[in-house]
Design a protein around this ligand. Structure first.
Ligand code: FES
Length: 213
């Protein structure tokens, strides 16, 4: 049967490199795709002296292309410094895989964005940011736009799961439109805490559920 996937994509999908989880990672990040509602999580171990990525693992909750691109992208950045790793684009990864069908390119973007976000989180939590932009509503919104509400398969801003959010004295409060008993409520809370707490000037993240059903 003819497949739209290259041999390399199929090989990486069937035998993904670096799949799994790192316990006590130096940084991690989850990225949800606004295009399809899937998500990928990346864990990093970084040498604090050389800033070389010594280990990297991923968990994919996406499609075959997502698994293959996360596998290839993690292979490409492993052993590189954070600065070198940041330069790798989704296009480099797609090229290394021998191409992807155009409708699947966002799966590669997702994998690469997750790695970049994990690197960014490392820089935030280890005080090596080049530019210390204060966290404001725009920064919060940008991060929340990558948190997926699995019940809707869309990000929590677009689908209206998040009602409002604010930052005051380093405390971010996110008000949700859903009660704590709703399906995936605790998952969404964890994802929101995970994406906002690495920010360098954020001391605490509070997620408030709605009181009514
Ligand atoms: Fe969602 Fe590939 S990651 S379709």
């Amino acid at each position: 049967m003819k497949t739209p996937y290259s041999q390399k994509v199929i090989e990486h999908f069937l035998n993904p490199r670096n799949a799994g989880k790192i316990e006590n990672p130096d940084a991690k990040a989850s990225e949800g795709s606004p295009a399809c509602g899937d998500m990928v999580r990346v864990y990093l171990k970084v040498n604090p002296q050389t800033l070389v990525i010594e280990d990297i693992k991923f968990e994919s909750f996406g499609c075959a292309s997502n698994i293959a691109t996360a596998s290839m992208a993690t292979e490409m950045v492993k052993g590189k410094t954070l600065e070198e790793a940041k330069k790798i684009s989704w296009k480099d990864v797609v090229d290394a895989l021998g191409g992807l069908p155009p409708v699947k390119v966002h799966c590669a973007v997702l994998a690469v964005d997750a790695i970049k976000r994990a690197i960014e989180n490392y820089e935030h939590t280890h005080g090596i940011l080049k530019e210390k932009k204060p966290t404001d509503k725009e920064v919060i919104r940008e991060r929340l736009e990558h948190v997926i509400d699995p019940a809707a398969g869309m990000d929590v801003i677009r689908v209206g799961t998040v009602k409002d959010y604010e930052i005051k004295d380093g405390v971010v409060t996110v008000y949700l439109n859903i009660p704590a008993q709703r399906d995936f409520a605790s998952h969404i809370k964890e994802e929101i805490e995970e994406t906002l707490s690495p920010l360098w000037d954020v001391k605490e993240v509070r997620v408030i559920f709605s009181s009514r059903d």
